[in-house]
Design a protein around this ligand. Sequence first.
Ligand code: GLP
Length: 241
Amino acid sequence: MVIYAGKDYQDVSRKAANIMSAQIIMKPDAVLGLATGSTPVGMYAQLAEWYRKGDLDFSKVTTVNLDEYKGLSGDNDQSYRYFMNRNLFDHVNIDKARTFVPDGLEEDSEKACAQYNEVIRETGGVDMQLLGIGGNGHIGFNEPGSAFEKETHCVDLTESTIRANARFFDSMDEVPKQAYTMGIKNIMAAKKILLIATGAGKAEALYNSLYGPITPNVPASILQLHPDLTVVADEEALGII
Ligand code: GLP
């Protein structure tokens, strides 16, 4: 595991974007596993800026996103498909047909998850998986208690995640209660993992994940067993490390 400390959110975003762009430069047809949430927004903006300056080419890149709310269409401004379009895909020369997000509108959970596992397999495997971390140590939407051996599955979101995500919706009632998420097994299969965390609210989860016991109660703790994990975090998130 390598940990890079950033001064603040902007510094973390730039460092993480550097790592991701090195992956794209070394392998132009890289498969990137992408994440949503507020943490990667700055990193995506930095990548888009470097694209505008002519320093990055996404034309051969494939992406697979970690998760999507069940019940939201890609046009819904709270869906993760919409988020990805707005924060990255609309600003770079990526072929949208090669950007994958679980199908939130597929009501049959088994079908949606099996299809997504197939999509991931067909990419040939993720070269670099980006992860944020939930305040309770969740990754993707793998909440505490998730079995490490699961692939894509449908989850009931925990009360704390629904509350944390409510800030993006008009009211708590509008926050979907379920999501499709890559499982820990999919995440661990990535060749490289890039975990980013900022703010004091992530300090405890980050410490428990990187240095605590490996337990499904802290889903990100399994990352200790990944052979190529890079963490970029700011001073606040690294506070107790
Ligand atoms: C959501 C996403 C996760 C993300 C987490 C943290 O639950 N499914 O992928 O890591 O939120 O979000 P934020 O970066 O906004 O703190």
